[in-house]
Design a protein around this ligand. Structure first.
Ligand code: NAD
Ligand code: UGA
Length: 435
């Protein structure tokens, strides 16, 4: 099959590269010329483990191409995927669909012969139907079907998630579109991956409901962690104890500084807005959004309290800036609350992140940027772990202890055991565990 992928961000590039791995002929299109130039030169513009190899292999095999102009790739394509951003609209939290509709119009102008136009971006109920109207208005003569194929990959494990998904969801309106989408995902059908065909609206809502459910699960365990701190219980034991119940499941029960990233925050807000508009408010999700926003700010208070009530003039080292490990994505990262919060409270803050520094420099002011993990802690009065990169799990604690002025460790990701922190001589504060 010939596939055009419109938008070459985290989702578009991974999906495009993986579709070429399935054997399809894929062109990834982006309006950002520097991104396409980098890809054409063999450079990957984002950090995503394993992506470079998949891109290199398929580019070399002649199955994966890049372009800034969608005209030709779309004209030649059997399936066109729209994978552009759907950020939060300022003010009302609704998804900003302007990129999706602009792309739909451009695609409509270029299609030639029967084509399935597929929304891969995360979009509210009704967007696929509106894409169909945009296309019909722009090109009444076009022979097209509209489909919705939300993406469930996670950053940091995107290739594995795409190639071996728990399920694929495809919303269609016709048998012809269903057949075309079966061909797109043929290798996964052969693998017996569950593929769920629905209508457009159901596929759209499944995506938001899935992300919101996961965000709720995290927020639940975060609040339980706060309770644990008050009643002297270890939240990790509670998470294990409930997670072994298959109806609950062990995943997404890691207490931390609040969920971040390019999707959970914006998608929970968008579902709240959609539900209010539909006059069926989702009060649980509204609470999740409020609790998570407050939690990120409360992490500053937690560090201040650990430092004895003030951080004015104190040297604080921060490890980890990205919203999760194995990505360079800084969008809505808890660090964007924690670091400026500490700076505003008068601390001298040094930071390090393995992949997020370049992006973080555009978003954070007034800190010292360090070249490695140990540099942030020299003479520090406190060390704060914000993101659980593997390299921070394996710190030489004796060396850390020696470098720091005061042996105070505030671990917002629970990556050390209480015993190892204590034995290494630290005063150790973590999330939802007895001191
Ligand atoms: P992104 O911001 O990383 O990338 C979007 C890209 O689209 C940008 O490079 C932009 O230049 C390009 N673009 C915008 N308009 C264009 C146009 N008309 N023609 C060509 N290119 C255009 O976004 P992302 O993180 O990949 O997310 C894309 C969508 O996928 C969002 O709706 C998001 O919610 C959803 N999603 C993201 C993830 C994730 O892990 N990031 C996972 C699942 C779903
Ligand atoms: C999430 C979903 O997991 C994907 O299925 C979905 O496709 C994607 O959003 C999307 O729609 O974009 P992602 O944001 O890449 O993926 O990363 P997650 O691993 O889900 O983590 C999101 C946030 O939750 C991070 O800040 C992470 O630290 C936090 N988290 C996650 C916890 O605090 N505890 C957990 O147990 C799990």
């Amino acid at each position: 099959m010939r596939v055009a992928m419109i938008g070459t961000g985290y989702v578009g590039l991974v999906s495009g590269a993986c579709f070429s791995e399935f054997g399809h002929d894929v062109t990834c299109v982006d309006t950002d010329a520097s991104r396409i130039a980098a890809l054409e030169a063999g450079r990957i513009p984002i950090f995503e483990p394993g992506l470079e190899e998949v891109v290199a292999r398929n580019t070399k095999a002649g199955r994966l191409h890049f372009a800034t102009d969608l005209t030709e790739p779309v004209a030649q394509a059997d399936a066109v995927f729209i994978a552009v951003g759907t950020p939060s609209r300022r003010g009302d939290g609704e998804a900003d669909l302007s990129y999706v509709y602009a792309a739909a119009e451009q695609v409509a102008r270029a299609v030639d012969g029967y084509t399935v136009i597929v929304t891969k971006s995360t979009v509210p109920v009704g967007t696929g139907a509106e894409v169909a109207r945009v296309v019909a208005r722009t090109r009444p003569d076009a022979d097209v079907d509209i489909a919705s194929n939300p993406e469930f990959l996670r950053e940091g494990s995107a290739i594995e998630d795409f190639m071996r998904p728990d399920r694929v969801v495809v919303g269609v309106r016709s048998q012809r579109a269903r057949d075309a989408m079966r061909l797109v995902y043929r290798p996964l059908f052969l693998n017996e991956t569950p593929v769920l065909f629905t209508d457009l609206e159901t596929a759209e809502l499944i995506k938001y409901a899935a992300n919101t459910f996961l965000a709720t699960k995290i927020t639940f365990i975060n609040e339980v962690a706060d309770l644990c701190e008050k009643v002297g219980v270890n939240v990790q034991d509670v998470a294990r104890g409930i997670g072994l119940d298959k109806r609950i499941g062990a995943k997404f029960l890691h207490a931390g500084p609040g969920y971040g990233g390019s999707c959970f925050p914006k998608d929970t807000r968008a579902l709240v807005a959609l539900a209010r508009r539909a006059e069926a408010p989702l009060s649980i999700v509204e609470t999740v959004v409020a609790v998570n926003d407050a939690r990120k700010r409360q992490m500053v208070d937690k560090v201040v309290a650990a430092c004895g009530g003030s951080v004015r003039g104190r040297k604080i080292g921060v490890l980890g800036l990205t919203f999760k490990p194995n990505t360079d994505d800084m969008r809505e990262s808890p660090s964007l609350e924690v670091v400026p919060g500490l700076v505003n409270a008068g601390a001298e803050v040094s930071v390090f992140d393995p992949e997020g520094m370049e992006e973080a420099r555009k978003l954070i002011d007034g800190v010292a940027w360090c070249d490695d993990a140990y540099a942030v802690m020299s003479d520090a009065d406190a060390l704060v772990i914000v993101t659980e990169w593997n390299q921070f799990r394996a710190l030489d604690l004796a060396r850390v202890r020696e470098l720091m002025r005061v042996p105070l460790l505030v671990d917002l990701r629970n990556i050390y055991t209480l015993d190892e922190a204590r034995e290494a001589g630290f005063v150790y504060h973590s999330i939802g565990r007895p001191k």
